[in-house]
Design a protein around this ligand. Structure first.
Ligand code: PFF
Length: 528
C-alpha cells in the first residue's frame, strides 16, 4: 500500500480555541483548584499561581502551539516526530518525545474512569437517588459503594460504575472516531457553551444563597468567599506552595504533556498561534478562578461553616465534589436540577479533556505508521480499554493515585522542561521567535524572549530539583504506601515501565521503516 495521507485539519479558528479550552477546562478546574487554594493559603495561593501562569503556563502554551504547528507541517502530530523535525541531525531526540504519547495515555486511563462517575452521578441526580441521601455518612457510603470499595445498601459490586464507564469510554471513542473537525471540534463547540451555562447557573445559585441558617448568620456567602480568598501570606515562604501552584497551572492548562502539541499540529502554516493560544488560556482561567473558585467552597461554607469545611477540604478533592457538593445542593429547592447541572458540568468538562488525551496516541499511529483513523481508533480503543481495568478494579489499592502521580505530576513537569529547553536552546530562540510570529495576530511582548529562554526552563529545573531532593526517596521506596497496597503499586509501576518500553520500540520501528522506505531528504512515509 502506498499512500501519502492528507492530515485532518481544524474547521475554524473558533473550533481549535474551543478544543484547546475544552482540553484545559476539566475536572482540575472545578475539583482540584478550589481544594489546592484552600490548602495553600487561600487568596495568597493566587500569587504563586499567577506567577506560574505568566512564566510557565502562557510560555508553554505558546511553545506547544508553535512546535505543534511546525511539526504538523512535516506530517508529524506527536512529540517524537515534532522533536525530530526541529533537529533532524540528532538521532536520539525523538525518544524524548515518547513521553508526549506516554503521559497523555497514562492520564487518559484514570481520567476517563473518574469522568464516568460524573455521568453516573448526573443520572442518579436526575432520578432523585442522590436527593434521598440525608447526611454526609450516607453520601460517603453511596460513593464508596458506587466505586465498589464496599458492598452496602446502595450498591452491590461495581455494576453501575462499570456500566457508566462503558458508556463514557464508548462516547470518547465515538468522538475521536469522527476525527478532529468532525468529532472533537463539533463536541467542543456544543459542550463548551453548555458547560459555561451550567457553571453560570450554579454560580448565580450560590451567590444568591445568603445565610440559609438564621441561627448562624455568619455562615453567609461573603464569609464563604472570604474563607477561600482571605490571604495567608505566611504560606508563601513554603516551597511546597510554589510547587503546588506550578503543578496546578501545568495540569489545568493541559500543557507540558504533549496534548496541545498534537492539537496544534492540525493547524495550517499561516494560522495564528499567539492570540489563539492566549485566548484559550484566558478562557481556562476564567473557568478556573471565577467559576471553579466560586461554586464549591463558598457553597460548602454556607452549609457546613468554617470548622467542618477545613476537615472536608482536607478529606480530598473527590470528597468536595462527590460528597459535599451534592449535600449542599440537597438543601436547595429543585435539588434534582441543580445536582444534575453540577455533575453534568463535571462530565462535560471531563469528556472535552479526555478526548484530547486520547488524540496523541491516535495521531502517532496515523502519522508514523500510516494507519487509517478508523483502525487507529480501534487499536487505541482495545489497548486503552485494557489499561483502564487496574484503575477500576484496584482503585482502593491506590492505583489511580499512582497513575496520577506519574502521568499528571512527574512526567508533566519533566516533559515541560524538555520542551522549554528544546524550544529555546535546540530549535534556537531567534528561529523560534520568527516561527511564533508566523501569521500572528499580535506580537509576543519582548520580555517573553528573556522569560522563555531563561526563566521558564530554570523555574522548571528548580521544581524538578526540589522534588528529587525532597520526595524522591520516599516515593521510590513507597514509604507512604500501606504495606498491603505495595504489591499493587509495584505492579502499576512495572506496567508503566513496560508501556514506556513498548512506545520506545514503536518509535524505533516507525523510523526504521521510514529510513528504509524514503528517498533521501523525504520526510513522509511513501511506501510500505
Ligand atoms: N486540564 C485538564 C483539567 O484541568 O482537568 C486535565 C488535563 C487534560 C491534563 C489534558 C493534561 C492534559 F493533557
Amino acid at each position: 500500500m502506498t499512500q501519502n495521507k492528507q492530515r485532518d485539519t481544524w474547521g475554524t479558528r473558533l473550533g481549535i480555541i474551543m478544543a484547546v479550552a475544552g482540553s484545559a477546562i476539566g475536572l482540575g478546574n472545578f475539583l482540584r483548584f478550589p481544594a489546592k487554594a484552600v490548602e495553600n493559603g487561600g487568596g495568597a495561593f493566587l500569587i504563586p499561581y499567577f506567577v506560574s501562569l505568566l512564566v510557565l503556563g502562557i510560555p508553554l502554551m505558546w511553545i506547544e502551539w508553535t512546535l505543534g504547528r511546525y511539526g504538523g507541517g512535516f506530517g508529524h502530530g506527536t512529540a517524537p516526530g515534532i522533536f525530530h523535525s526541529i533537529c533532524q541531525k540528532n538521532r536520539f531526540i525523538k525518544y524524548f518525545g515518547v513521553i508526549g504519547i506516554f503521559g497523555p495515555l497514562v492520564i487518559f486511563i484514570y481520567y476517563t474512569y473518574i469522568e464516568s462517575w460524573a455521568l453516573g452521578y448526573s443520572f442518579f441526580a436526575l432520578f432523585g437517588k442522590i436527593q434521598a441521601l440525608g447526611d454526609q455518612g450516607a453520601m460517603k457510603s453511596f460513593l464508596t459503594g458506587y466505586q465498589g470499595l464496599e458492598n452496602n445498601q446502595y450498591f452491590n459490586g461495581l455494576g453501575w460504575a462499570y456500566l457508566f464507564f462503558l458508556v463514557t469510554f464508548g462516547l470518547n471513542m465515538g468522538v475521536i472516531y469522527y476525527g478532529i473537525k468532525g468529532g472533537i471540534e463539533k463536541l467542543c463547540k456544543i459542550a463548551m457553551p453548555l458547560l459555561f451555562l451550567c457553571g453560570i447557573v450554579l454560580l448565580i445559585r450560590v451567590i444568591t444563597l445568603g445565610a440559609p441558617d438564621p441561627a448562624r448568620p455568619e455562615w453567609n456567602v461573603s464569609n464563604g468567599f472570604g474563607f477561600l480568598w482571605n490571604p495567608d501570606f505566611s504560606k508563601l515562604t513554603s516551597a511546597k506552595v510554589w510547587l503546588e501552584a506550578a503543578g496546578q497551572i501545568l495540569f489545568t492548562l493541559s500543557v507540558g504533556i504533549g496534548v496541545i502539541l498534537t492539537y496544534a499540529s492540525y493547524l495550517k502554516k499561516g494560522d495564528d498561534v499567539v492570540l489563539s493560544g492566549l485566548t484559550a488560556a484566558a478562557t481556562n482561567e476564567v473557568a478556573e478562578v471565577i467559576l471553579g473558585g466560586s461554586i464549591i467552597i463558598p457553597a460548602a461554607f454556607i452549609f457546613f461553616g468554617p470548622q467542618d469545611i477545613q476537615t472536608i477540604a482536607a478529606g480530598g478533592t473527590f470528597n468536595l465534589g462527590y460528597v459535599t457538593m451534592p449535600l449542599v445542593l440537597n438543601h436547595l429547592p429543585w435539588a434534582e436540577i441543580f445536582s444534575f447541572a453540577w455533575f453534568f458540568l463535571l462530565f462535560l468538562a471531563g469528556i472535552t479533556s479526555s478526548v484530547s488525551l486520547a488524540q496523541p496516541a491516535i495521531a502517532f499511529l496515523e502519522d508514523e505508521f500510516n494507519i487509517s483513523r478508523q483502525r487507529s481508533v480501534l487499536i487505541f480503543g482495545i489497548v486503552s480499554f485494557m489499561l483502564c481495568q487496574p484503575g477500576i478494579f484496584f482503585l482502593g489499592k491506590g492505583v489511580v493515585d499512582e497513575l496520577d502521580f506519574w502521568g499528571g505530576t512527574f512526567f508533566l513537569v519533566l516533559f515541560a522542561t524538555i520542551e522549554a529547553v528544546l524550544f529555546s536552546w535546540v530549535f534556537g530562540l531567534e528561529k523560534a521567535w520568527d516561527e511564533i510570529h508566523h501569521g500572528a495576530d499580535m506580537r509576543v511582548p519582548g520580555i517573553y524572549k528573556f522569560i522563555i529562554k531563561y526563566v521558564t526552563p530554570l523555574f522548571l529545573f528548580f521544581i524538578l530539583g526540589m522534588w528529587l531532593w525532597q520526595e524522591w526517596i520516599p516515593i521510590i521506596f513507597m514509604e507512604n504506601v500501606p504495606l498491603e497496597n505495595q504489591p499493587y503499586i509495584l505492579a502499576t509501576r512495572a506496567g508503566l515501565v513496560v508501556l514506556m518500553i513498548v512506545l520506545v520500540v514503536l518509535v524505533n520501528i516507525a523510523w526504521r521503516r521510514k529510513e528504509t522506505c524514503l528517498p533521501a531528504g523525504r520526510e513522509k512515509l511513501v511506501c510500505d
